[in-house]
Design a protein around this ligand. Structure first.
Ligand code: CMC
Length: 435
């Protein structure tokens, strides 16, 4: 028996087997139980993947106890301070930070792929004017494969690379088009002379005949910096629900546009990317500081489905390093774009109240990245129904990086969990006598 094994015994059959421990470069080891059923005649049961590693990956590392988040080994704090979203997308997709020339060429290629086909623009007309932008994101992303079927040979690394680039490049264009369709404004074409986030803001807000810096200064350098920062923070988060959805869909051999559309759907839920929109609705519902205790009591009440949105995380159990950064950015953005809305003060008061409460202390519930991201987006005049769409733009870099990593590995198998069946045993059709 070595230290690098775990022995599992099936007491029902008196059989035991040693299983190897798999170790990554850092982090908790995992028991390789792929042959468990063959060896011991049992499955494992782990709904919600509380103790299950679903793959090996070299992209992102999280230490939830210490509040560490690394992209390709670089701490999120360093990337947030020094990098741009496009540089981080390059890092995630390629494994290394780009040289100056590599970054220029990557940016150039993103610019070239940023337009969407004119027929795709018409596709938007099928959506009702008040459709939620996330519904449009799911549908339009899924439809992209219909435009690029000549470059969908997934055994060809160049086809894979171009597909990934297209998704990162077109996502802001599709996102801005979703917003403009919902308000009935004419679509704005992407501009190659603007930086990625500037370009997005221009496609969102500029009016015909207007220069890209509009009278309200939405494309102020502080706004662009804040947007880059939020996109960096949201770019990847290892095997979260939407990334795992992209991986599972990809394991079937489905095309990457369909797989990312599945990822967008998974991100939409309030327990995941929908939390930033839900935080703002919650703050609006709380309204004033004196009502905080009532809502904290609701969050603690087991018979009440209400949860404090923007609080808690499956992996982070002391603090979410991204929340520390978004909180600081909130001060900077609100100083530049002051608002009469006391949302930020309310959020700070709610955080302070919750962090002193025994329930939140015992369960290790802290603000996560999305507790403050919505307040920043609101200050930048991004509409609330676009908050999760903003998350989509950023997370696309992560989704395609995981997809590229997975598709380059030999010996892919379809993802196919097992179950514990709790339904009827065998029943006889002819025994029904009441029909
Ligand atoms: N408010 C009140 N109670 C909570 C909350 C909350 N926000 N989050 C967890 N709990 C309680 C929960 O009721 C449970 O209590 P008990 O042990 O008595 O049953 C305990 O804490 C553990 O919760 P869980 O649901 O088992 O934990 P999880 O790891 O499955 O869920 C979570 C993590 C993020 C889905 C959850 O904390 C949550 O629903 N938070 C609010 C939604 C949110 O902010 N989501 C954004 C996550 S960060 C962005 C992203 O990565 O997508």
């Amino acid at each position: 028996m070595t230290k690098d094994t775990v022995t599992i015994r099936n007491n029902a059959t008196d059989k035991e087997t040693e299983f190897s421990l798999l170790r990554g470069s850092v982090g908790t080891p995992a028991v390789d139980i792929g042959s468990l059923n063959k060896e011991l005649g049992v499955f494992t049961f782990d709904p919600g993947f509380m103790s299950t590693a679903s793959c090996k990956s070299a992209i992102t590392y999280i230490d939830g106890e210490k509040g560490i988040l690394l992209y390709r080994g670089y701490p999120i704090e360093q990337l947030a301070k020094n990098s741009s979203f496009v540089e981080v997308a390059y890092l995630l997709m390629n494994g290394e930070l780009p040289s100056e020339v590599e970054l220029l060429s990557f940016t150039d290629e993103i610019n070239q792929h940023s337009m969407i086909h004119e027929s795709l623009r018409i596709f938007f007309n099928g959506f009702h004017y008040d459709a939620h932008p996330m519904a449009m994101m799911v549908g339009v992303m899924g439809s992209l494969s219909a435009f690029y079927h000549s470059e969908l040979d997934m055994s060809d690394p160049e086809h894979r690379r171009i597909s990934a680039m297209r998704m990162v490049a077109k996502m802001p264009t599709i996102a801005a088009a979703s917003h403009r369709h919902s308000v009935g404004w004419p679509f704005v074409y992407p501009r190659q002379d603007l930086e990625y986030c500037e370009n997005f803001m221009n496609m969102m807000f500029s009016l015909p005949g207007q220069k890209y810096i509009d009278k309200n200064n939405y494309i102020d350098p502080i706004a662009v910096k804040a947007l880059n920062l939020l996109f960096i923070l949201h770019a990847d988060h290892e095997q979260n629900a939407s990334t795992s959805t992209v991986r599972l869909a990809s394991s079937t051999g489905a095309n990457p546009y369909a797989c990312v559309a599945a990822g967008i759907s998974a991100l939409w839920g309030p327990a995941h990317g929908g939390a930033n929109e839900a935080v703002l609705s919650m703050l609006a519902e709380i309204g004033t500081v004196d009502r905080i205790p009532k809502f904290i009591a609701k969050a603690k009440d087991k018979n009440d489905p209400f949860r404090l949105m923007g609080f808690g995380h499956r992996v982070y159990k002391n603090f979410d390093p991204r929340a520390t950064i978004t909180r600081e950015t909130c001060y900077e953005v609100l100083e530049k774009f002051p608002s009469d809305d006391p949302l930020f003060e309310l959020a700070i008061a709610l955080e302070e109240y919750a962090l002193k409460d025994d329930y939140f202390i015992e369960k290790k519930l802290y603000p996560n990245v999305d507790f403050y991201s919505g307040i920043i987006y609101k200050a930048l005049k991004i509409p609330e129904d676009m908050f999760t769409v903003m998350f989509v733009i950023a997370r696309t870099a992560g989704w395609v990086s995981h997809w590229l990593e997975m598709m380059s590995e030999p010996g892919q198998r379809i993802g196919r969990p097992r179950q514990i069946y709790t339904g009827y045993k065998n029943r006889d059709y002819s025994s029904i006598d009441n029909r």
